[in-house]
Design a protein around this ligand. Structure first.
Ligand code: PNS
Length: 169
């Protein structure tokens, strides 16, 4: 049984993340989508909201025989991967700019857990510019993010913005 983890902040989940999950599914029997709970960062969506958003979408994903799970974690990704007996850590590479940061993480994670490989998958071209940070920024400034994040995420972002504007008034 080959298990991998796909770690990230997922704040929010984007279609780029979904693309990577679907591309990696044929390679593993199980993938744990590992949502980082980082108390130092003020996220748009809480850890429970981020996990719930992903859990809602998982049944619609084309993952073949690969079972998908969603879990939150704190601390080191390498430790979480070991605790889950994962053979690999999945990361998506959108463009060459991602590579340096991802390489440093992969090498550090390998130093921490020499038996766990990082597997890089290249994102679909149409999502090669999509990041959670960019999606939040564009949305908050009134731009359209439809087609780049799942519809349910757009709805939740709208609700969050409306609530924030209500509080400001
Ligand atoms: O979606 P992101 O923000 O690009 O994901 C980055 C993430 C969560 C994979 C990375 O920040 C991480 O692994 N954080 C957990 C703490 C850790 O293990 N740090 C050392 C990485 S070598």
């Amino acid at each position: 049984m080959r298990r991998a983890i796909f770690p990230g902040s997922f704040d929010p989940l984007t279609n780029g993340h979904l693309d990577i999950i679907q591309r990696s599914s044929p390679l593993f029997d199980e993938i744990v989508i590992a949502v980082l709970n980082n108390p130092e960062k003020e996220p748009l969506f809480s850890i429970d909201e981020r996990c719930a958003i992903i859990e809602e979408i998982v049944p619609d994903l084309k993952s073949g025989n690969c079972k998908l799970f969603v879990e939150s974690f704190s601390g080191l990704t390498a430790d979480f991967a070991r605790q889950r007996h994962a053979a690999a850590i999945i990361r998506g590479i959108r463009a060459v700019g991602d590579y340096e940061y991802e390489l440093r993480m992969a090498l550090m994670n390998r130093r921490l857990q020499p038996d766990i490989e990082t597997v890089f998958l290249t994102a679909a071209e149409e999502y090669s510019f999509v990041s959670s940070t960019l999606m939040k920024q564009v949305f908050e400034l009134g731009g359209r993010v439809e087609g780049l994040v799942p519809e349910s995420v757009v709805i939740k972002m709208r609700a969050r913005l409306a609530r924030a504007e209500g509080v400001e008034k």
